[in-house]
Each structure stands twice: as structure tokens, then as C-alpha cells.
Design a protein. Structure first.
Length: 165
């Protein structure tokens, strides 16, 4: 199913309020955002984003997660992982994290262990594997009942995220 059909299906089920035009061209033309733009995104990471309108952020997450530009079907893939457009920057990052965690654990089930989710969050948000101290602190937060997206948001608001090149 392509992005447009997936979006229309979600809209018809009441799961989503509307569809952007197909963002494929904008995504293909965008370069990954870097430090100055990432600082802006970080300050408004709970603001609503769209795949086409924020294509540079989408490309940043692809570069961080996969060390490459986004695949041509990124819009469709993100829809499969819960982001169609109209969610926050945290929601967009979370869809990437779920995608990467599913690839890591080998199960395309939108579910992962806390450890795999944490590993994927570091890859998507900070373009690296977790360090022992930070990983333990974040894992303890999650295991103690902390929300995964809250932990991800803290990474997206960090100085390290803002400094990515």
C-alpha cells in the first residue's frame, strides 16, 4: 500500500484527520538538517510536523538510523510504524525508533524489548549506540514505569541532538 492509500484508509477509520500531498519529491530533495536547524526543531519538538514540510528532519532521522538517505518508500514505512503526518516531532522520531527496534529484533510486530527500544532511540536521536551510563539511567527510567516517548523527547531536547552534523 502506498502512502496516500494508507493515509486515506487511516482517515476513513477516524485514526487521522487528513493527508498531506504525497511528500516523495520533497523527501528526495531534502538534505538532513544539522545543528542550527536541529536546535530549532529541538525547541519545538512537540510541535506538529509533516513529512513533506519537515523533510530535512525526516532525512536527519534516516541518516542517524540507517547512515543513509531515506528509502523511496519512507512515507509508507513510517505510516506502517504509526506516523502519517500531523503528529509531533517526538511522534515522528518514535516511528523511526519502532522501525529500527523491529529491524534489530527481527520481528515486524511494532513491539520491542525496553533494551531494543533504547538502543534504537540512541541510533535515531543521537546517531550512535548508547553509552553504558546513559543507557543504564534511561533503562532504569523506563523499567520504573517511565514513558518511552518521554525518554525519547529528552534525547531530542539534548545538546548532543542539537549539535549533530
Amino acid at each position: 500500500m502506498n502512502y496516500r492509500n494508507l493515509c486515506l484508509a487511516a482517515t476513513s477509520l477516524g485514526l487521522f484527520a487528513g493527508c498531506d500531498s504525497d511528500p516523495t519529491e520533497q523527501l528526495a530533495a531534502a538534505e538532513p538538517s544539522t545543528s542550527e536547524k536541529l536546535a530549532e526543531y529541538s525547541a519545538g519538538i512537540t510541535d506538529i510536523v509533516s513529512l513533506g514540510g519537515n523533510a530535512d528532519l525526516v532525512q536527519r532521522f534516516c541518516k542517524s538510523a540507517f547512515a543513509a538517505a531515506c528509502p523511496a518508500d519512507v512515507a509508507t514505512r513510517l505510516g506502517e510504524f504509526g506516523f502519517l503526518s500531523g503528529g509531533s516531532g517526538v511522534d515522528l522520531a518514535n516511528a523511526f525508533v519502532v522501525w529500527v527496534a523491529d529491524e534489530k529484533d527481527g520481528n515486524a510486530d511494532l513491539s520491542s524489548s525496553d533494551e531494543d527500544y533504547l538502543w534504537a532511540a540512541y541510533k535515531v536521536a543521537l546517531a550512535r549506540e548508547p553509552d553504558a551510563g546513559g543507557a543504564q539511567s534511561n533503562l532504569t527510567f523506563i523499567k520504573d514505569g517511565g514513558d518511552r516517548k518521554t525518554m525519547l523527547r529528552s534525547m531530542l531536547e539534548s545538546q548532543e541532538f542539537k549539535n549533530l552534523q
